[in-house]
Ligand binder design. Structure first.
Ligand code: PA5
Length: 446
């Protein structure tokens, strides 16, 4: 099984009555989703995406990825939030965190436009000076400041390096099909464009061209990924919590929140899953954190963070529960060697595979944390691959929608993010009546 919810560490915290109590809310949330009459129902494009994606565009993505692979050493994906995290998570998940050093026949992949650090961007631009470069700017709105700035700088670099016409062959744009400055610019310059569907919000967009082009450039099979998502879609149709782990996960989150567990710590024992945690944090944080509600989504990578956060988790304020992504099969076998002198005293582990030790660390930690009053929701993931990533994405997206509806929020908007963007436009002096008005309001507060 690709993914299985193991609730054996939860029995002290979630009772059969709790499940029975929340079951009608699950049914109501499910109804909203399938009848498309809940809040934010204009943004349900992700629901059928794994089966109803644009086939012609997917083929174009594969072709563009081939062209990119042939023509560059470095590929820079420019985007922020939902236009960044999914692709980065997928590449780490499928290829590992050392992809750039271990890749074979595919370009190094860097991510830009996800901050405003002058050093970060300058270093990346320097790194690209002597390399052949292609870029993909990704912005649904086409107006977000961070990627817009990075794109301007990278476009200038490419135009200087190759001339305007040849640079245009190396610039790929993923944005709205008709609206926005980025679309206008792409059309004027003749860049190849890919579409962010109207009905798919940023954090639900990894299986659209937003994520799929960078993922394909890394040599990952996007069709396998979409197939994984399609399989998950078919697996999670029932409202019976015993038959639907996605709904059960949504139920457990809300049950624990109501019992005072206000922080959900997403933990894994693989650093290749750390960016998946970042993607998950955005998905749940932006979908549920509104109207004074929601679980705070945090993350940790063990065993590394057991030596920093472990103390707090075990004995600190009792607001946490953990969702552990427990990888069953490692991508690599690595046996611990025997040592004649046994100077380090490790021979009791000689011949044991490192993944066995890692999984034992998980079992030991889950028992300890549960004793420390930290409930553990365990999601057993069979292995790391494109199919599994697609499956996992769909699982979390579906659970997020159901969980958000149970919580009583619109899981598909992000008014808080818009607030910061608007404030920044105003403070930076962006022209326009709306920005001027806000500038005056903010001046009164400063
Ligand atoms: O999930 C979201 O909607 C946001 O995180 C956006 O993805 C993010 O703000 C970037 O927006 P855009 O793609 O319009 O540049």
């Amino acid at each position: 099984m690709t993914l299985k919810l193991n609730d054996s560490y939860l029995s002290r915290f979630v009772s059969p009555e709790d499940y029975r109590g929340i079951a009608p809310e699950i049914v109501a949330a499910h109804d909203k989703l399938v009848k498309r009459n809940g809040a934010g129902s204009d943004f349900l494009g992700w629901v059928n995406l794994p089966e109803r994606y644009d086939k012609e565009e997917a083929a174009r993505i594969v072709k563009a990825a081939e062209k990119i692979r042939k023509s560059c050493d470095v590929f820079v994906a420019i985007g922020i939030g939902g236009s960044y995290l999914g692709a980065r998570a997928a590449i780490d998940f499928c290829k590992g965190v050392h992809y750039n050093d271990l890749r074979q026949g595919t370009p190094a992949i860097y991510f830009a436009g996800n901050d405003i650090s002058a050093s970060n961007l300058s270093e990346l631009l320097r790194l690209c000076q002597d390399k052949d470069v292609c870029i993909n700017v990704i912005s649904k709105s086409g107006t977000t400041t961070e990627p817009a700035i990075a794109f301007r700088l990278f476009r200038a670099l490419l135009e200087k390096k190759y001339g305007e016409k040849a640079a245009a062959e190396r610039i790929f744009v993923t944005t709205d099909k008709a609206r926005g400055k980025l679309k206008e610019l792409a059309d004027a310059k003749g860049y190849e464009t890919f579409v962010v569907p109207d009905d798919v919000g940023g954090r639900f967009s990894v299986l659209t061209p937003v994520g799929l082009l960078p993922i394909a450039v890394a040599g990952i099979d996007i069709y396998d990924m979409l197939q994984g998502a399609a399989t998950a879609k078919n697996a999670y149709g029932s409202c019976d919590l015993e038959k639907n782990d996605a709904y059960k996960y949504a139920a457990i989150r809300n049950i624990l929140l109501r019992k005072g567990k206000t922080v959900e710590l997403f933990a894994s024992y693989e650093n290749s899953l750390s960016m998946t945690a970042e993607w998950w944090k955005q998905l749940y944080g932006e979908s549920e954190g509104k109207e004074g509600k929601g679980l705070f989504p945090a993350s940790a990578t063990f065993t590394t963070d057991l030596h920093s956060l472990g103390q707090f988790i075990q004995q600190g304020s009792q607001v946490l529960f953990e969702t552990v992504l427990d990888l069953q099969k490692a991508s690599d076998a690595l046996a611990i060697p025997s040592d004649e002198t046994n100077g380090d005293g490790l021979n009791y582990l000689a011949g044991k595979d490192l993944h066995f030790v890692n999984r034992t660390a998980f079992a030991a930690t889950a028992l300890a944390h549960t004793d420390g009053n930290v409930p553990n929701v365990v999601l057993e993931l069979e292995k790391r691959g494109a199919y599994e990533f697609g499956y996992l994405v769909y699982f979390f997206e579906l659970a997020c929608a159901i969980s958000g509806y149970i919580l009583g929020v619109n899981p598909f908007d992000q008014p808080g993010v818009e607030d910061y963007k608007k404030n920044m436009y105003a403070l930076l002096g962006k022209p326009g009546e709306e920005h001027e008005k806000r500038r005056i309001e903010l001046a009164k507060k400063r």
